[in-house]
Write a new protein. Structure first.
Ligand SMILES: [Zn+2]
Ligand SMILES: [Zn+2]
Ligand SMILES: [Zn+2]
Ligand SMILES: [Zn+2]
Length: 147
């Protein structure tokens, strides 16, 4: 005799970025994924990068694409490509704030404007200006401040 083992599936959504089921969740406007509904907490505890919602909204192509009113998939969007330089475009398309990432991100190397430091990660450069990128070294930070 077979029993029916099918249990009622309780769907409990979790944040697609940090995996939390504890926080209040909402859906992103741009891609309809579950995400921590924590944008409002950002102001109160103003240390950086603590809001899943804000991170997705500010640092991804997905959100930029949506806010700019582009059409189609952001991964295929030429307008997005034209809007950012390669390092920033790649960063926004591959960082951990994305639910989906670019399939074949372009390889890039960034050189510090002020010293010979090079890196494949935009996150090694705290300052990005129209003149170029500045690395985290003291002397380069000072050079940035002086310009
Ligand atoms: Zn989260
Ligand atoms: Zn999105
Ligand atoms: Zn776009
Ligand atoms: Zn430097």
């Amino acid at each position: 005799m077979h029993r029916n083992h099918q249990k009622e599936k309780l769907f409990k959504p979790w944040c697609g970025l940090c995996g939390s089921t504890e926080k209040r969740l909402t859906k992103t406007e741009c891609c309809q994924n579950w995400i921590c509904d924590d944008a409002h907490t950002y102001q109160v505890f103003s240390y950086a990068n603590n809001s899943c919602y804000r991170n997705h909204d500010c640092y991804t192509l997905c959100a930029a694409h949506y806010h700019e009113g582009h059409t189609g998939r952001w991964q295929d969007c030429q307008q997005c490509r034209d809007s950012f330089d390669v390092p920033y475009y790649t960063y926004c398309g591959t960082n951990k704030y994305n639910f989906d990432v670019l399939n074949n991100p372009e390889k890039y190397t960034i050189s510090c404007t002020h010293c010979d430091f090079r890196s494949h990660s935009i996150e090694d450069f705290p300052y990005q200006t129209s003149k170029g990128y500045y690395c985290g070294k003291k002397k380069c930070q000072h050079a940035f401040a002086r310009q």
